[in-house]
Design a binder for this molecule. Structure first.
Ligand SMILES: C[S@@+](CC[C@H](N)C(=O)[O-])C[C@H]1O[C@@H](n2cnc3c(N)ncnc32)[C@H](O)[C@@H]1O
Length: 256
């Protein structure tokens, strides 16, 4: 079972509600402009792809993801865009094809983040832009996930600390870019806020099994799941609330 075999609808309720807010900030911070040809690596159901299509026109946008149901959904949402099934570590395009290559919330989930960054640079023309963003797990800046992982570690401290994953600490994405031979231009952060109607609106999406946190929850017995749920409830306000989420962001220029 893959960490991302969830339906697009479940993904949207869990993480898509964040990526629709984050993607426009990423596109702006990456300096995407009309006339460019741009690739979205790890597109999921297409949150970032749709922002690119709106800005550039579908024939200027390409996207790739290894999850077939996301590729299908991204194609349906973005007719005319070149959406392919594939992995970031071996991108199915030739050298220098894009003016900019972007990834949104992907770098922590790939097997080999160095290979992913090298591949993003390879398919980008000299002088073009490579940019990625990933949630801040290290400093707890992604409140939704930090609330969950804090609660689940109270049940079982051995749960993997997400902050060990690539791109989740300050400066890591810039280091990966530099390691791939990309000249780092910006090492910064992007912040979004998501509104919740109440606790159920926060909790129910975790039960859909999306991504590492949803999978971790599904691996627990019913009693432990209830403990995690109540620990999350205690950490949040009653009634409607909003949660801030910080993503680390870096952008660089391919030399040559
Ligand atoms: C948190 S989602 C982000 C999706 C989308 N970019 C967004 O912002 O909504 C992580 C995505 O990474 C994809 N992914 C996992 N392993 C990957 C790999 N090796 N190469 C490319 N994408 C990968 C997953 O299928 C999933 O769509």
């Amino acid at each position: 079972m893959s960490l991302f075999d969830a339906s697009p609808a479940h993904y949207d309720r869990f993480m898509g509600r964040y990526s629709v807010r984050l993607a426009p900030l990423l596109v702006e911070a990456a300096g995407v402009e009309g006339g460019m040809r741009v690739l979205d690596v790890g597109c999921g159901p297409g949150g970032l792809t749709s922002v690119l299509v709106d800005r550039l026109a579908a024939e200027r946008v390409a996207a790739v993801d290894p999850a077939p149901q996301f590729v299908e959904e991204c194609r349906a949402r973005n007719p005319g865009a070149d959406v392919r099934l594939g992995g970031a570590e071996d991108l199915p395009w030739g050298d220098d094809e894009f003016d900019a290559t972007l990834s949104c919330l992907v770098i922590a989930h790939v097997e080999d983040a160095e290979a992913m960054t090298r591949e993003m640079a390879r398919v980008t023309r000299p002088g073009g832009t490579v940019a990625s963003c990933m949630w801040d797990f290290d400093e707890g800046g992604m409140r939704m996930l930090n609330t969950f992982w804090t609660a689940i570690r109270a049940v079982d401290p051995s749960y993997e600390r997400r902050e060990n994953r690539a791109g989740t600490s300050r400066g890591q994405i810039a280091e990966l870019l530099a390691g791939a031979g990309v000249r780092v231009d910006v090492d910064d952060e992007l912040v979004v806020t998501v509104d919740y109607e109440g606790f159920d609106d926060f909790w129910d999406p975790f039960t859909f099994g999306v991504g590492p946190s949803g999978n971790a929850l599904q691996s627990l017995g019913e009693a432990d799941r209830a403990v995690v749920r109540e620990a999350c409830r205690a950490a949040l306000s009653d009634g409607p609330f909003s949660l801030e989420a910080r993503a680390w962001f870096a952008r660089g220029t391919v030399p040559g």
